[in-house]
Write a protein that binds this ligand. Structure first.
Ligand SMILES: [Zn+2]
Length: 395
């Protein structure tokens, strides 16, 4: 039976993988005549532009390769706005052939792009290449998609989820704004409400600018209080009144970081009862090389009220060490929270220069494009991990 686009999208063929998610859907089905699989994506508007499409494509390629499929043809169904971005970023299609004849849906195929423009439910196929090789779309370009789908049951090996986190409301962190925007990445700023508008600290206006860029604002107590040992009433004041103050300023605050990573059972309970969805400790993940340490936080985390991290980054943590952390997390598939303080040239032991920060983000962007890294805020990780596992169940 001749296969029209409508067929390929609506018809479930012999091999179909459905990945139903809250933010989008991806599937492929195989045409037995040429052993090529049609790939289709639908992505909700609010999830486009996250730069994680590569992850989805890589996963699809792995599945296809394991099942002996010769290659992919892709139909990309996005809104027009996203499609513009996809087309702007797509590289020229190239043919992938090998001596054995049929090309395979491998990593090189990921660089080929074939896009179907869709408007108002209609579809028009661009000239199709026959044969093997083929397509596949997306890459950093198929913005979006479903990283949350990856998170539903954890991250597959080969992928690290990285969160960029800034603590303590420090004024020089505002320099991160342009660097983050340049790299299309969102960070989480854990702030102390009592420090806002004070000398040396971020202003409310700056924090609003960061939030309007899409960065997450998290809680870190009113005055950076050391929580363990404080009377419960004072703990509650530091944790809950801080959250209330941030809410009153218009910030949607859902994640918390313990000052200095220190907590006890009472403060963890306060954090939970104040309505926070997660809290970050300092520690629990070792720096490489270490044989018997934990390499990455799991998704979802083992304990939402004490998510594990490698601790605060210092000047002594050179870029190669940070990269080694992420590389190792990729091997197991997991979450690495990178905790920064000062963004300046050697102004503090807990600092990173804007140059090094920018270089780090360059590297993360390359890894993201290669489908090995997703950069997400803490909230995106925590909320993405909440729905019941579905990603792996689709296999
Ligand atoms: Zn702190």
């Amino acid at each position: 039976m001749p296969r029209t686009h409508g067929d390929s999208f609506l018809h479930v063929d012999r091999i179909t993988h459905l990945v139903p998610v809250d933010i989008g859907m991806a599937r492929y089905d195989v045409d037995p005549k040429n052993n090529l699989a049609d790939v289709a994506f639908v992505v909700r508007d609010e999830w486009q532009g996250k730069g994680v499409g590569t992850l989805l494509m890589r996963r699809m390629a792995e599945i296809a390769r394991a099942r002996g499929i010769s290659g992919f043809e892709a139909d990309v169904l996005l809104t027009n706005k996203a499609m513009m971005r996809v087309q702007a970023l797509s590289r020229p299609a190239r043919r992938h052939e090998d001596a054995g004849g049929a090309g395979t849906a491998d990593d090189t195929a990921l660089s080929a792009v074939e896009i179907l423009r869709t408007e108002k439910g209609g579809a028009r196929r661009l000239p199709t290449r026959q044969e093997q090789a083929v397509l596949v779309c997306v890459g950093a370009c198929l913005t979006a998609v479903l990283l949350a789908s990856v998170l539903l049951t954890g991250v597959p090996p080969g992928i690290a989820v990285v969160s960029l986190e800034f603590d303590d409301t420090l004024a020089n962190q505002f320099s991160a704004r342009s660097i983050l925007a340049e790299h299309r990445m969102h960070a989480t700023f854990f702030v102390n409400s009592g420090r806002l508008d004070r000398p040396g600290y971020l202003t409310v206006a700056e924090l609003r600018a960061l939030a309007s860029d899409g960065h997450e604002i998290g809680g870190h107590t009113i005055a950076h209080a050391r929580l363990p040992g404080l009377p419960a009433r004072e703990q509650r004041h530091q944790i809950c009144d801080d959250r209330r103050a941030l809410h009153a300023l218009g910030f949607d605050v859902s994640d918390f970081a313990y000052p200095a990573g220190e907590y006890d059972s009472s403060s963890a309970e306060q954090v939970r009862s104040c309505g926070y969805e997660s809290a970050r400790e300092a520690g629990g993940i070792g720096y490489p090389p270490c044989t018997f340490c934990t390499w990455a936080e799991t998704i979802p985390p083992r304990d939402l009220m004490a998510t594990r991290t490698p601790g605060s980054l210092r000047r002594a943590h050179s870029l190669p060490r940070i990269q080694a952390l992420v590389r190792r997390a990729q091997r197991v598939g997991g979450w690495i929270q990178l905790t920064f303080h000062h963004l300046c040239d050697a102004c503090d032991d807990y600092s990173i220069s804007t140059e090094d920060f920018s270089t780090l983000l360059d590297w993360l962007a390359e890894e993201r494009e290669a489908g090995r890294v997703a950069v997400l805020t803490a909230r995106q990780v925590i909320r993405g991990a909440t729905p019941p596992p579905r990603w792996l169940a689709a296999e």
